[in-house]
Design a protein around this ligand. Structure first.
Ligand code: DX5
Ligand code: ZN
Length: 219
């Protein structure tokens, strides 16, 4: 078995977005990770609904939309309509997380929950059955190209135990600072999906880099 790879379009050349999406189409990428930042939940603004629609027009891979925004409930339907196949909301932005997850599912989209580095996986215990994907942040959200936080490994193992103990089908996605050095260790710890932004797009041959990540075996 191999990990699922989700290159983050945040690190792409926005002036050549069509070309970048077409490159991902030809690669072994499983998802296209779409980072939405509102300048309030995180100290940076990326892009929003029209750009997501534009990506969707060319994408042949599912869109994995990561909402780093306050009050995500207000925009779930809009991102579904823009082409999201998975929508992850932040635990820290959802006072009624269970309700939010039900709404995402009612739209026919996979429901994800992103957690910041300081957020304990224990807060997911009572909703784990309702979560299709946990987007575990391995950097503080807001920027690409940051340094990987080492505590993530033990957090993945603890989340994996929680998923297995509950017989849940939740996938564990790692987001931030992923590269070919830490990827094998992340997979050993229990990661199913690797997001990689700068490591893929800043490499001389992104298609090859995706292939390298994809070829790490899950044993
Ligand atoms: C961070 C974003 C990440 C980011 C990953 O706020 O959620 O998806 O784009 O980029 P790298 O791989 O460069 O850390
Ligand atoms: Zn992300």
């Amino acid at each position: 078995m191999s990990p699922l790879i989700a290159p983050s379009i945040l690190a792409a050349d926005f002036a050549n977005l069509q070309k970048e999406v077409e490159m991902l189409n030809t690669s072994q990428a499983d998802f296209i990770h779409v980072d939405i930042m509102d300048g309030v939940f995180v100290p940076n603004i990326s892009f929003g609904i029209p750009v997501t629609q534009a990506i969707k027009r060319h994408a042949k891979k599912p869109l994995d939309v990561h909402l780093m925004i306050v009050e995500p409930d207000r925009y779930l339907e809009a991102f579904k309509d823009a082409g999201a196949d998975i929508i992850s909301v932040h635990y820290e932005a959802c006072p009624h997380l269970h309700r939010t997850l039900q709404v995402i599912k009612s739209l026919g989209v996979k429901a994800g929950v992103a957690i910041n580095p300081h957020t304990s996986i224990d807060f997911l215990r009572d909703v784990i059955q309702d979560i299709d994907l946990v987007c575990m942040m391995s950097v503080n959200p807001g920027f690409g190209g940051q340094k990987f936080i080492e505590n993530t490994y033990s957090k993945i193992s603890r989340l994996k135990d929680l998923v297995l103990a509950n017989g849940a089908n939740t996938k564990i996605e790692i987001d931030g600072g992923v590269n070919i050095q830490n990827a094998p260790k992340l997979i050993t710890a229990g990661a199913d999906v690797l997001v990689a932004g700068s490591f893929v797009f800043n490499s001389p041959n992104p298609v090859n880099t995706i292939k390298e990540l994809k070829s790490i075996p899950i044993v």
